[in-house]
Design a protein around this ligand. Structure first.
Ligand code: BES
Ligand code: ZN
Length: 624
């Protein structure tokens, strides 16, 4: 990208050309993870009309796509699709008269799916596609009543990030493309539909729930869930949706969300999405949280009864700036989303709960980073910006863009001072609001707005070391946490037989301290020591899913599977959050006998996992 182009784009922005979508990007971004011809014809608005059919595990209906032509003579609209049954395509000039038009599904690519090419009549401004999803749609999970808290009603939820929106809507599935959307969704009686949009409180006369997202968002933020859902308010702009059985505990756990929104606004600028609600999903939700605009999706495993894991909410909320407002243009620029968000989360935790807790989370982040750097398959995966495109974003997912990205911003803050850095960050969000950006665009902005203000403070070589080199720069700035240092000392004294287990003080530990306790465990621990630990703290069958995951992985890794059974099997059959189950399967897969056991467990339990989690476990069991 030429600097002249960037300048011109910057000038267009200051002149207030805000109605044009992605002015910085027009015609410039090549997204290796999309078939779409969005540099010729670009979607601007989607209108969904869907029936939720639990009997066949299918969404059935149609999507209308409005678009603008960046090339006046463009005669086709290329969309992404994956395992969709496409039945018909129509085009229209005015949205009233529709005529059938040709469509072709291309060859299937295992990662990208199929291009869906729709012929555009010369004056057409919109097309409409009738389709149905398949039961195996990668971005959806259809749950039986038994997999929910209420045990009776079925449940459906989507997970579109990174490239799974195309498995439930044919669309231009690239984060460089933003659209507004509206939807009508028909559900069985008694079940409620929610989406990442403004919502109605009741279905209309025809039984449809209606939705409207007036701000342009990338496709990976389009989200839906259907189930036996109730709502409880937690503040003027905040509230919680959950199954009735979970609602009360969830509303208590997340009672401070309104305060966090206000804090975000103070630090990062106005919250531009209206409401901020949470949706608590069944435990098979494959992530901790997903920042769907206006409606963050969260795992129930962070409802621990002590509000200790609410920084996950802070993280998803912070995405309302880093990600939802300013989006990575391609999945190669993922660190612009997640690294920024982790940095903002550190700042929020510190402001809300004090420096000690903030530093604790920073130190845990660095430990995760070191582990991820050690495990990375290649040097390309260790950089913030990969030198060549990855195949499958799910496969290369790791803590590196999160924690290396955050540490890079911590470094810049330390060099320029908090005040200057905060003003810079705010400027980045404000000047790129509702746009998508590449790493190169960020680096050009950084150079112009921060580095050049104090020449020599940070050199291009130092920036390059953070962004394009695999090793961590030697001058990175690390936090220290007394609370975690104490845990290390207590663990090591006990393991060395110097002090009794009761002297560790673990009764007072926070979940973070427990995590750190497990992460620092040596490989040489004895069965007797593990037994003592389990007896003292009732770890097997622990109601805290985070602690349970660490404990089972440790026991398995130390050859003590029997000690944690049958509770571990029950756990693996209930929880589907990848971060919690993968370490257990990975620990099993390190020995031949363990791998046989893991395969048997997965054969029995895998059908209860989300398709994305199933694929992740399959990859572990295959041995990569
Ligand atoms: N946007 C991510 C989740 C995601 C990333 C889904 C990539 C699909 C592809 C979300 O904001 C996230 O990072 N969640 C974390 C929690 C966070 C506190 C680090 C998670 O789910 O563990
Ligand atoms: Zn995130």
């Amino acid at each position: 990208m030429s600097i002249a182009f960037l300048r011109a784009a910057g000038a267009a922005l200051t002149l207030g050309v805000s109605t044009m979508l992605n002015p910085v990007l027009a015609g410039e971004v090549v997204d290796p993870h999309s078939h779409a011809n969005s540099n010729e014809v670009r979607s601007t608005h989607l209108a969904l009309d869907l029936d939720v059919d639990f009997a066949t595990s299918r969404l059935k209906g149609r999507v209308e796509i409005r678009f603008e032509r960046l090339k006046a003579d463009a005669d086709r609209l290329v969309l992404d699709s994956r395992a969709l049954d496409v039945q018909a395509a129509e085009a229209s000039v005015d949205g009233k008269v529709w005529t059938a038009t040709r469509f072709v599904l291309g060859d299937n690519d295992a990662v990208l799916g199929q291009a869906l090419t729709v012929t555009l009549p010369p004056q057409a401004t919109r097309v409409r596609i009738r389709y149905a999803t398949r039961p195996e749609a990668f971005g959806l999970q259809w749950l039986k009543g038994a997999q929910t808290a209420g045990k009776k009603q079925p449940f459906l939820f989507s997970q579109s990030e990174a490239i799974h929106a195309r498995s439930w809507i044919p669309l231009q599935d690239s984060p460089a493309v933003r659209t507004t959307y509206e939807a009508r969704v028909k559900t069985p009686k008694g079940l409620r539909a929610v989406m990442s949009a403004e919502m109605s409180d009741a279905p209309d006369a025809a039984g449809y729930w209606t939705f409207k997202m007036p701000q342009p968002i990338p496709s990976y933020l389009i989200a839906i869930a259907v189930g036996d859902l109730a709502f409880q308010s937690t503040g003027p702009r905040t509230g919680v949706y959950a199954e009735p059985a979970t609602l009360k505990a969830a509303a208590w756990e997340f009672a401070d969300t309104e305060t966090t929104v206000a804090l975000c606004e103070k630090l990062f600028g106005p919250y531009r999405w209206g409401r901020y609600d949470l949706l608590v999903l069944p435990p098979s939700f494959p992530y901790g949280g997903m920042e769907n605009p206006r409606l963050t999706f969260v795992t129930p495993t962070i409802i621990t009864g002590d509000r200790q894991l609410v920084s996950l909410i802070a993280h998803e909320l912070a995405h309302s700036w880093s990600g939802n407002l300013v989006t990575n243009a391609t999945w190669e620029d993922f660190w612009l989303n997640e690294g920024f968000t982790e940095y903002l989360t550190f700042r929020l935790t510190e402001a809300q709960f004090g420096k000690a807790r903030g530093d604790m989370e920073r130190v845990i982040g660095v430990a995760e980073l070191r582990e991820a750097l050690a495990q990375a398959a290649s040097d390309e995966d260790r950089k913030l910006k990969r030198g060549f495109p990855s195949r499958d974003p799910d496969e290369v997912f790791s803590s590196i863009p999160y924690q290396r990205g955050a540490l890079f911003l911590v470094y810049l803050e330390s060099k320029f001072g908090r005040e200057a850095f905060d003003a810079f960050l705010r400027g980045w969000f404000d000047s790129h609001a509702f746009q998508s950006a590449t790493s190169e665009q960020f680096l050009a902005y950084l150079d112009e707005r921060l580095l050049k203000t104090r020449p020599g403070v940070v050199t291009p070589a130092q920036i390059d070391a953070w962004v394009s080199q695999p090793a961590l720069p030697a001058d990175a700035v690390y936090a220290v946490s007394d609370g975690l240092t104490e845990v290390d000392a207590a663990r090591d004294r006990w393991l060395a037989g110097q002090t009794p287990i009761t002297a560790m003080g673990a009764g007072q530990w926070t979940v973070h301290q427990w995590e750190h306790f497990f992460e620092g465990f040596p490989k040489t621990v004895t069965a007797a020591q593990l037994k003592e630990l389990d007896a003292a703290f009732k770890l097997t069958g622990s109601g805290n899913a985070i602690i349970a995951s660490h404990w089972y992985a440790l026991a398995v890794g130390s050859g003590q599977v029997a000690m944690v059974q049958p509770a571990m099997t029950e756990y693996l059959g209930r929880v589907g959050r990848m971060k919690l189950i993968s370490p257990i399967y990975r620990a099993l897969a390190t020995t031949d006998a363990g791998r046989v056991q893991a395969r048997a467990l997965f054969a029995k339990l895998g059908s209860g996992y989300h398709p994305i989690a199933q694929q992740a476990v399959e990859r572990i069991l295959k041995g990569n």
